[in-house]
Design a protein around this ligand. Structure first.
Ligand SMILES: *[C@@H]1O[C@H](CO)[C@@H](O)[C@H](O)[C@H]1NC(C)=O
Ligand SMILES: *[C@@H]1O[C@H](CO)[C@@H](O)[C@H](O)[C@H]1NC(C)=O
Ligand SMILES: *[C@@H]1O[C@H](CO)[C@@H](O)[C@H](O)[C@H]1NC(C)=O
Ligand SMILES: *[C@@H]1O[C@H](CO)[C@@H](O)[C@H](O)[C@H]1NC(C)=O
Ligand SMILES: *[C@@H]1O[C@H](CO)[C@@H](O)[C@H](O)[C@H]1NC(C)=O
Length: 392
């Protein structure tokens, strides 16, 4: 009798425990959707490839007073481990990105032996945040900063200022050309300490190829990593790297559009560089909306200036964003590339071009007829997967 009652108590206790447990699980599921984050910050990753206008788009974010921006922080990973393949380095790149998003700059310990000055970070003066308070006192936070000037006056400031500065911003924006697969980023999209959004920036492969020809030397080591040559530098004469880049654009776009998991909803946006240079304010407003930033009057004026500036050819450094007529420059490849090269690139990048709305040029007559446009209008494509278009 006593034993029977004891068993009853145990069973009842077990049922109560189980009920509470199930209630807890249930409430967690209903209260917390997949993409619930514990942060008010916005983390934006601009994923692109070399020579696709990503320095320009990076500046559009960097110059916003609410944005802490770094260009290619994972350059350090690739340079430290250049005998590996891009695929092998994906995980180290992803982990570095995650730490930087959380303003934990100790991650650079592994890649920069002596972290003394800000100037030890790759491409630091393109970051307005590193040229203004608290990283440097030369510029105000609302100023449009000048890379040349910043390099002279801010580089000697201590490396620790990078972390201090990062912590004062609501938006952390990073630009990387070193991701070739969207799935690598899934752990960051489900990480509750991050609020990650992704802008996937693409450009007409023919324009990319032409621009890459102008910076051949600067790209040979990266090419070797993309093609997994165990540290051997390569010129991309056969467009093998272009093939990989185009393949990665297809992979990322198709993953986001057709096979996307729920946590990607509202967090992926595809942007074509040509659309930005043709109608900068419309496109920039959409990108800003995507990450809850507002365009200021000063930024508007600056954007007008940099998209209507000097003519091409004035660029001295491979990765400098200078003022020039961006819409005009975006078509320059048609005059500079031979038709044979255009054909070769079209063959290598056929799938990506079809997918992204870049039309083939069939002969030299079409190539030289500047009244013909080979970029299909943006409205024919459903590029972004924004929250308001989301289906329940
Ligand atoms: C940046 O500052 C330098 C030195 O003052 C000047 O020569 C250069 O023209 C400036 N660049 C821009 C884009 O304003
Ligand atoms: C840091 O900057 C100062 C001043 O520009 C320079 O003298 C020093 O050599 C730099 N240190 C390192 C490690 O680059
Ligand atoms: C890669 O290069 C290093 C140094 O050049 C060499 O020691 C190593 O054997 C190479 N590895 C392969 C797999 O070829
Ligand atoms: C844009 O250019 C105009 C004319 O040169 C200049 O007055 C204005 O200050 C510039 N705007 C910005 C934000 O640099
Ligand atoms: C860019 O502008 C210049 C001068 O206005 C013009 O000669 C050239 O043909 C244009 N280039 C393209 C690709 O439209």
């Amino acid at each position: 009798m006593v034993r029977f009652r004891a068993v009853n108590v145990v069973i009842a206790g077990f049922f109560i425990f189980q009920t509470i447990f199930l209630l807890l699980i249930y409430s967690r599921h209903t209260v917390l959707p997949d993409t619930e984050t514990k942060t008010d910050k916005v983390h934006l990753l601009i994923v692109s490839s070399w020579r696709s206008g990503s320095s320009f788009i990076g500046q559009i974010f960097s110059q916003h007073p609410d944005v802490f921006y770094l260009m290619e922080p994972a350059w350090h990973v690739w340079m430290s481990m250049f005998q590996n393949s891009a695929k092998v380095l994906h995980m180290a790149v992803r982990d570095l990105i995650r730490s930087v998003f959380l303003c934990d700059m100790s991650v650079f310990d592994a890649y920069i032996p002596e972290k003394n000055n800000i100037s030890e970070l790759f491409q630091w003066p393109v970051s307005r945040a590193l040229c203004s308070y608290p990283a440097c006192s030369h510029f105000d936070r609302e100023d449009i900063t000048n890379e040349t000037m910043c390099k002279i006056v801010c580089g000697h400031n201590p490396f620790s200022k990078i972390e201090e500065s990062c912590n004062t911003y609501s938006h952390i924006v990073l630009k990387e050309v070193r991701f070739f697969d969207l799935k690598v980023l899934y752990p960051l999209l489900t990480d509750p300490s991050l609020n990650l959004k992704i802008i996937h920036l693409v450009r007409d492969p023919r324009a990319v190829a032409k621009s890459r020809e102008r910076t051949v030397k600067a790209l040979t080591r990266d090419n070797g990593i993309v093609l997994n040559t165990n540290g051997t530098k390569v010129d991309d004469v056969k467009y093998d790297v272009m093939r990989e880049i185009c393949r990665s654009h297809i992979q990322m776009y198709e993953t986001a559009m057709d096979k996307a998991p729920s946590f990607l909803k509202g967090r992926y946006m595809l942007v074509r560089y040509e659309d930005v240079v043709r109608d900068p304010l419309r496109e920039i407003n959409q990108m800003y909306d995507f990450v809850n930033l507002k365009l200021t009057a000063k930024l508007k004026s600056w954007i007008y200036n940099i998209t209507h500036g000097a003519s091409p050819g004035s660029k001295k450094e491979a990765f400098l964003t200078t003022s020039r007529d961006a819409a005009n420059v975006s078509q320059a490849w048609r005059k500079d590339l031979s038709f044979q090269k255009i054909q070769k690139i079209q063959t290598v990048c056929k799938g990506a071009m079809n997918l992204l709305g870049y039309q083939f040029i069939d002969n030299e007559k079409e190539q030289n007829d500047m009244s013909m446009d080979f970029v299909l209008p943006r409205r024919h494509y459903q590029f972004s997967w924004l929250p308001d278009k989301e289906k329940k």
